[in-house]
Design a protein around this ligand. Structure first.
Ligand code: ADP
Length: 357
């Protein structure tokens, strides 16, 4: 059977373990040898000791767990060719040319680059005498299937990323908890949620938590937002949700502190800020995320099984209720185009690009 390696990279999210489990079990079911690469690209760069064979039992009792048990890292070396050469050498050493990468847009961008560069990396390693001709021939093609693990739901091409649904649960639980303790006082609560470029978590939790106002990066409020904000406010209880990356029309951050100041100055209301932070990434994976991860992990293995030398790197996406394979390169490009549109403050374009699959 083929050798498949699975790793998690970048920011962790709930459901990553479920995805790892699905890859291991589906791979083994189909007769493959499946390997973990510990600590993401860093492990791949550092050496073969981080590449260990998985067993059926090694992924037992992890489907629910948040975070990633095989470790994740940010790896500066992998951004340079020298680092990718080391990573390639370690994979060749192990005879592994099938990769399942579970990570956010950065990790998938790196994977895309790795795949494109692979023939060149092999040539260099050959010239340097670090691998044999036989090894180079055996490992001529690199196959990659990506799974998007991110609580932000910020990747183009998929309806939902693994972890988003669990993060929504965490935030809603926090809003409900605050509402129940706070109702007896006349207060305004400002909740800051994650989402540097993407307001998905903020918008959905604002709707589900009956928020009075929401600030998100891709739709900056009108200039007179302080008036609008305070128009309805002043009720018994007000909830304001802010995505961490919220900005105004000039690209200046709208911080929780800034909003608090407005409410305090104009309404003289007791106002509290809650920054949820990493709580949103923690806790058990929701049923939706477990199922999503199972389906995507299995589909990733199928994609690798069916790949031919002409097959492009793919990302497994959720399209309606279907798990589909999309070209990784196109999804990465579109995701980068969204980031650029946001940086250029072309918000409508950003929303349009993100919305279209
Ligand atoms: P995420 O995958 O959650 O978006 P990062 O953006 O930090 O997180 O990316 C994770 C890792 O992926 C980086 O530490 C780096 O090793 C690799 N990576 C990201 N972008 C690139 C790139 N343009 N080229 C090569 N590797 C990259």
């Amino acid at each position: 059977g083929k050798g498949i390696a699975v790793f998690t990279s970048g920011g962790d999210s709930q459901g990553m373990n479920a995805a790892v489990r699905a890859v291991v079990r589906m791979g083994m079911y189909l007769g493959c040898k499946v390997f973990f690469i510990k600590e993401g690209y860093q492990g791949m760069v550092d050496g073969c000791e981080n590449i260990v064979e998985a067993t059926w039992a090694s992924v037992s009792s992890i489907i629910h767990k948040g975070g990633t048990l095989i470790g994740s890292a940010r790896c500066a070396e992998f951004r340079e060719q020298a680092g990718r050469l080391k990573a390639a050498r370690n994979l060749v050493e192990k005879g592994i040319t099938n990769l399942v990468v579970i990570g956010g847009d950065g990790s998938l961008t790196g994977a895309n680059l790795f795949k494109q560069e692979w023939p060149e990396l092999l040539q260099i390693l050959l010239k340097q005498g670090k691998i044999s001709q036989e090894q180079a021939d055996k490992c001529k093609y690199l196959y990659i299937a990506g799974l998007v693990g991110s609580i932000d739901n910020d990747f183009c091409g998929t309806d939902m990323t693994i972890g988003t649904d669990s993060a929504l649960h965490r935030i809603i639980e926090a809003i409900d908890a605050i509402v129940s303790t706070a109702y007896s006082h006349q207060r305004t609560f400002i909740m800051e949620v994650m989402g540097r470029h993407c307001g998905y978590l903020a918008v959905v939790t604002a709707l589900c938590g009956e928020a009075d106002y929401v600030f998100i990066p891709e739709s900056p409020p009108p200039e007179d937002w302080p008036d609008k904000l305070c128009h309805n406010a002043g009720q018994r209880l007000n909830i304001i949700i802010i995505a961490e990356g919220a900005i105004d029309r000039n690209g200046q951050p709208i911080t929780s502190e800034k909003v608090k100041q407005v409410v305090v100055d104009r309404l003289k209301q007791d106002t509290r800020i809650t920054v949820l932070g990493h709580v949103q990434r923690g806790g058990n994976a929701s049923a939706f995320d477990r199922l999503l991860a199972c389906r995507m992990g299995a589909e990733a293995v199928m994609a690798l099984m069916e790949a031919t030398p002409e097959t492009e790197a793919c990302v497994i996406s959720l399209d309606g209720n279907q798990a589909v394979r999309l070209p990784l390169m196109e999804c990465v490009k579109r995701t980068q185009a969204v980031a650029k549109a946001m940086a250029d403050r072309e918000f409508e374009l950003a929303v349009k690009l993100r919305g279209s699959r």
